[in-house]
Write a new protein. Sequence first.
Length: 318
Amino acid sequence: MNIVVLDGYTLNPGDNPWQPIEKLGELSIYDRTAPSEVRQRAVNADVILTNKVELSRELILELPNLKMIAVTATGYNVVDIEAARDRGIPVTNVPVYSTDAVAQHVFAGLLSFIHRPFEHHLAIQQGHWQSHGNFSFWLSPLAELKGKTMGLVGLGRIGRATAKIANAFGMRVVSTSRRNADPLPYDGFEWLSIEELFSQSDYISLHCPQTPETTGFVNRELIDRMKSNAILINTARGGLVNEQDLADALNDGKIGGALLDVVSKEPIVESNPLWGAKNCVLTPHIAWSPIEARRRLMETVAMNIQAFTDGNPIHVVN
């Protein structure tokens, strides 16, 4: 069985061996694949592994040997799943591998934004503490999380893991979700409308999928409802946010800040209005990527391929 990995670098930049998958067939690994190279590299593949390389209907119909597509992520919008279904090709994903990692990243960013430890470290290195004259000084107002309101847009696995940490900090947790089912057993928890959530929350964290209905839903109208010191956190999908509207609000000082691990086009382009926006902290889509999470991802992809080979495919999305 020929297994072709089209963009393997992010899963294994050198610290996460391909051994679980190597055992399953003849493995060809490409760190990155340009659109013009996909057909040539995949033409003899029985199984294709892709994370961000797009597999269009036209391409799927042109690959004679293709029997399975394994997406090395949870989201699978890079694959035309209808075209795969038409050919009887199962498309699998990895639904659970980075839940705790992403929830941890939310608070890594939030605590860093509030306390700014690295900026204070640099200030000491530059002699500001020594010349200040007091035993203590701070570069910006500090805040406690206890008693603040964390608003979660989406309450799936990652949303609930984030809520658990927020509750441990003594925060009030509120949420809006498609189904508003299974409320959390925390004091003060409420289901709110999206408008109420944006109005009441001190911190808003996005944990919903990007669909035609949610694309760009964080727009000027919603942002205008936020408190002047509120912070927007996005570890989900960049396309959920109208980036120009958010940049305008940040640059005009209408909200406290934004912590964004994702943007609409990745890697970020210089024309993105959030690049250089005031009080906007950007990270390069790394919330999912701790080594433990990537190892779980590797093992689950191997399980998906083995299950398909055994005739009992799992985690099929089409």
